[in-house]
Design a protein around this ligand. Structure first.
Ligand code: LMR
Length: 336
């Protein structure tokens, strides 16, 4: 085991003071049209939580007295397995689920779950801004959901209640996964047992034996304290968690065109400004885990190659459906 130097990580970080500065959510006035924005993560120190709070603050300032974005963080309104149906029913206007959570509505986002496909979030961004990535935002249009913007989180790491270094160490363990069949296949390829659970249940599941381990980004592992229930976190960077900001189509198309354009412009600006900080926020969360006594295991080049060999055969199971051309476009994004 090698402990990362917190001084080293800290020196490389640039987190602007503006992050975390969005005012606490005030209640909407009775005359304002409420736009409920539901998400499942922490509101502070997290790329999605920070971006959602800032988006709300800016819309509320620009449309004072007319629209009011109410952010419901930490699954306080809907959990991730409820929010899409709730949006179609008209019980919530906005959300930003991870790209692994759309399987009941579209299989278009499966490409983002293929292990070791994207080398980093910069490559993910290049793919998302390509014509293929942009077209995916409309993949749920017929079901009443529109994608407006991609928000970044970061690379996934693996944690468990025993040390994980080699792929064989995961065999026989139960891993909590998001509701994605690609992620199910990924853990089966390791001889592990995948368990689909909502994000709000992960902390408890790691304590009561429903799950021995999980995969997530540093910000999720730190802000939801998963590392306190695990032997350590292995820095595998084997996959990604990113988000699609979605709106209910009936809500969105029902807005006056000028209001829709104004709200969308704010979303574009917040997306542009806040996506830049996701890497730093994740590095900061890794540093906090170490400062709080957590263990981080790094992989050597050889270790990493063993993980790549163990997990990339999963691509074959899904490439017929995802399409070799799309996988090639993702690989091209790695090349810049
Ligand atoms: C998870 O379920 O682990 C993540 O998708 C949660 C999130 O929204 O980052």
């Amino acid at each position: 085991m090698r402990r990362l130097s917190t001084a080293l990580i800290g020196a490389a970080l640039f987190i602007p003071a503006a992050l975390g500065a969005a005012p606490a959510q005030a209640a909407c006035d009775p005359g304002e049209r409420a736009i409920r924005f539901s998400h499942v993560v922490a509101d502070k120190g997290h790329p999605k939580g920070e971006a959602a709070a800032e988006f709300a603050a800016r819309v509320n300032a620009a449309f004072e007295g007319r629209y009011c974005v109410e952010v419901h963080a930490s699954s306080s309104l809907f959990s991730d397995d409820e929010v899409l149906d709730a949006m179609v029913r008209g019980d919530v206007e906005m959300a930003a689920p991870s790209l692994s959570k759309f399987e009941a509505y579209t299989l278009a986002f499966r490409i983002f779950d293929l292990p070791f496909l994207f080398q980093d979030i910069a490559a993910v961004e290049r793919f998302q801004t390509s014509p293929e990535g942009q077209a995916m935002k409309s993949s749920m249009r017929d079901k009443g959901i529109l994608g407006l913007a991609y928000w970044h989180n970061g690379m996934k790491q693996l944690s468990a209640n025993r040390p994980i270094k080699a792929p064989a160490d995961a065999a026989g363990l139960k891993f909590r996964i998001q509701a994605s069949d690609v992620l199910d296949a990924q853990f089966r390829a390791l001889g592990a047992e995948p368990v689909k659970l909502a994000f709000k249940d992960v902390y408890d599941a790691l304590g009561d034996g429903r799950a021995d381990g999980q995969e997530n980004t540093w910000t999720n592992i730190y802000t939801k304290k998963f590392y306190t229930r695990q032997d350590g976190v292995t820095e595998t960077n084997h996959g990604i968690i990113d988000y699609l900001v979605i709106v209910s189509r009936s809500f969105w198309e029902g807005l006056p065109a000028a209001d829709r354009a104004g709200i969308e412009q704010i979303l574009i600006e917040v997306t542009h400004e806040y996506n830049r900080f996701s890497f730093e926020l994740n590095e900061l969360a890794k540093m906090r885990i170490l400062e709080n006594g957590g263990t981080v295991r790094r992989l050597t080049k050889g270790d990493r190659e063993r993980w790549i060999d163990a997990l990339t055969p999963v691509w074959r199971q899904f490439e017929g459906e995802i399409g070799a051309r799309l996988i090639e476009a993702a690989l091209a994004a790695n090349r810049g």
